[in-house]
Design a protein. Structure first.
Length: 235
């Protein structure tokens, strides 16, 4: 059984502030409370703070814009990965702010998140949406062009059984990529199935959640980590 108590605190805070979209920090906090691995993440509101946090988190690290008004962070120039030291963090902070302010002059920018850089893995997407007919459904697919161009995804209706989770992962056309190719090791599909089941159990108990987007999740030969996350609450 997934313990959902930690998630309520996060959702309640957003509600009190009149928000239906949880920030990346809140979304990851919620995922962690459900037992889903994510990156370490903290909010910095100045260049100095970002530098100090990066020293605590360690290198390489990642900086990302934090703004409820910017949903596609990389399109806005709001994501810098592979930062090797505090100087690079300072430069990344300035570059992110300049680019996001130029592209979205109206956006309220809360600051920048500092996170550890997850080691490279196979990028997959796990999503949850509310279908008018079927209610909550969970989506699984490979990340990048696989989902954008080829629309190679599978859907399952909540609540998922273990067999549903296993099939969701195996049913995509590119499933063979998960089994390893050109010498790469197979990814830990049981870790992906575990995330699908935890998300399913959570949303089955939490009708106020309308959408979830774990995009991407890095899949490894051992385990899987959500490196970006967004949770949207219903009205
Ligand atoms: P967007 O809002 O554009 O979806 P993401 O947070 O998904 O922004 O970041 C864009 C890309 O940067 C991701 O697809 C991933 O490849 C990489 N990335 C983001 N965060 C991390 C991280 N903490 N560690 C490693 N790679 C990351
Ligand atoms: Mg993303």
């Amino acid at each position: 059984m997934v313990n959902t108590t930690g998630s309520y605190e996060v959702m309640e805070k957003a509600r009190e502030e009149g928000r239906t979209i949880l920030t990346e920090i809140e979304s990851k906090q919620l995922l962690r409370s459900l037992g889903i691995s994510t990156t370490e993440i903290r909010l910095a509101t100045s260049e100095e703070e970002a530098m100090a946090m990066s020293r605590e988190i360690g290198y390489p690290c990642v900086l990302k814009v934090s703004s409820a008004d910017i949903t596609h962070k990389s399109d806005a120039g709001g994501v810098k990965v592979g930062l090797a030291d505090a100087d690079q963090v300072a430069r990344a902070y300035r570059a992110i702010m300049a680019s996001c302010r130029a592209k979205f002059p109206q956006a309220a920018i809360e600051g920048v998140t500092v996170q550890n850089m997850a080691r490279p893995g196979l990028e997959v997407i796990i999503g949850m949406a509310t279908d008018p007919q079927f209610g909550p459904v969970i989506m699984f697919g490979l990340g990048g062009v696989w989902v954008e161009v080829l629309k190679d995804v599978s859907f399952k209706i909540v609540p998922l059984t273990k067999a549903d989770a296993a099939n969701a992962v195996r049913e995509i056309r590119a499933a063979r990529l998960l089994e390893g190719f050109r010498g790469s090791k197979p990814v830990d599909t049981s870790a992906l199935e575990d995330i699908l089941l935890r998300v399913s159990e959570f949303v089955a108990q939490t009708p106020q959640v309308k959408e979830m987007d774990l995009n991407p999740v890095f899949a490894y030969p051992d385990g899987a980590v959500a490196v970006d996350a967004r949770v949207i609450l219903g009205e």
